[in-house]
Write a protein that binds this ligand. Structure first.
Ligand SMILES: NC(=O)c1ccc[n+]([C@@H]2O[C@H](COP(=O)([O-])OP(=O)(O)OC[C@H]3O[C@@H](n4cnc5c(N)ncnc54)[C@H](OP(=O)(O)O)[C@@H]3O)[C@@H](O)[C@H]2O)c1
Length: 376
């Protein structure tokens, strides 16, 4: 049998470039939400901030001294994570920055003025998460700020599984779920611990109709990478929302945010047409990286947010998405928590709130129990 001939239509170079730009721009428009979207209402009870979409990470932290504080930032090697690390370190924080590659994390830390420690972290690998958490715990310091920033997006409409779980959900949500579990004890020890989860507005634009498709976390059924990314980002929002509830009455807060649309490496797995479109549209209507890190830095440091927890932020303000049934859905958040805890059960530690009488200056006193543990 003769193989079918493929018809390949070629464009002269300038025409091909124009075609790519136009196709990319058109394909990316809904991605960027360039055509409207639900209304965002100010979140009741949270003070309006003086900052907006044009504010930069440096501006929102201008008067803040973070000397003596420890900040952990996942995904510090590029984009929003790098800028967040740079600015928090410039304000005096001691920053632990992670990457899948220790060499890349070292190089990012070298490019920053201040004190930064690179640590390896592969969020799809529970062993790597445990080792990273143990490394951070070995610093024997309370954690003041934990920014769950690292993320992956795209890859085509062929599902990629990680330990049997769809990759966006595994990396963006489950990985951070386990990391927080392993580090929470150290956040209790801070004067006021903050967990900041970098989500995305795709949480309410692209997630499945039912919110989280619990029956298809194994990637079964019709798979679309855009929907899978949106679902993982909704999981980020619901995780912070549920954490906020569970940590009520403690000094730890947990919030999530959309950083804006920013030309970073996040598009590295998108197809070439979408990549071109992403570049064009971020240059027209996106934020700079300096602006993109502003909401993370604001939520991580603003004195006005010391008691604000479980909220979702855009452009440095807490907002509520009008008529969205999922973003603050108690039942969905609880179910997500239970399902995630079951999936990560073999790797999780049981947490108990610290008994403050065992602590001195934020650190556990060495006592009889420790000696017993040391001797086996
Ligand atoms: N840019 C945007 O327009 C936009 C919009 C909405 C939300 N966001 C969110 O913002 C966050 C930061 O993204 P970005 O735009 O700055 O993208 P980016 O430049 O691609 O940075 C992503 C970071 O995540 C790390 N990372 C990727 N996969 C990882 C894995 N499996 N385990 C551990 N770390 C991993 C990368 O580090 P290594 O490669 O060195 O490991 C990198 O430092 C993400 O959560 C993203 O979803 C971005």
């Amino acid at each position: 049998m003769r193989a079918k001939l493929k018809t390949v239509r070629t464009f002269p170079r300038p025409a091909r470039r124009q075609f790519l730009l136009a196709a990319g721009g058109a394909a990316t428009l809904p991605l960027l939400g360039g055509c409207g979207g639900p209304e965002l209402l100010p979140e009741a009870g949270v003070p309006e901030s003086p900052f907006d979409k044009n504010s930069t990470a440096e501006e929102v932290t201008a008067d803040i001294d973070l000397s003596g504080k420890l900040a952990v930032i996942t995904g510090c090697t590029s984009g929003i994570g790098f800028e967040t690390m740079r600015v928090l370190a410039a304000r005096g924080a001691y920053v632990v920055g992670t990457s899948r590659s220790l060499t890349r994390a070292e190089s990012a830390c070298h490019r920053v003025r201040g004190i930064c420690t690179p640590v390896a972290l592969e969020l799809s690998d529970p062993e790597s998460i445990i080792q990273c958490a143990e490394h951070i715990r070995s610093l024997n310091t309370p954690i003041d700020i934990l920014v769950c920033n690292a993320g992956v997006r795209g890859g085509g409409n062929e599902v990629v599984l990680v330990n049997g779980v769809e990759r966006h959900f595994a990396v963006n949500h489950l990985g951070h779920f386990l990391l927080v579990n392993r580090l929470l004890e150290r956040l209790y020890l801070a004067w006021q611990g903050r967990i900041v989860v970098v989500a995305s507005r795709t949480a309410y634009r692209d997630a499945p109709e039912g919110g989280i498709d619990f029956d298809r976390l194994d990637g079964s059924g019709l798979y679309r990478d855009r929907e899978a990314y949106g679902q993982s980002k909704l999981a980020n929002v619901l995780f912070a929302y549920e954490l906020g509830k569970q940590l009520r009455g403690t000094r730890i807060t947990a919030n999530s945010l959309h950083p804006g649309v920013i030309d970073t490496e996040i598009d590295r797995n998108l197809n070439p047409v979408l990549q071109v479109g992403f570049r064009v549209l971020t240059s027209v209507s996106g934020k700079t990286v300096e602006q993109g890190a502003a909401t993370s830095c604001f939520v991580a440091t603003s004195p006005s947010l010391g008691a604000v927890s479980g909220k979702y932020f855009e452009d440095c303000n807490a907002v509520r998405v009008e008529d969205n049934p999922h973003m603050q859905n108690d039942a969905l958040a609880e179910r997500l928590w239970d399902v995630s805890a079951e999936m990560m059960a073999p790797h999780m530690v049981e947490l108990r709130r610290p008994d403050w009488s065992e602590f001195e200056n934020g650190l556990r006193r060495r006592g009889a129990n420790d000696e017993k543990e040391d001797s086996g």
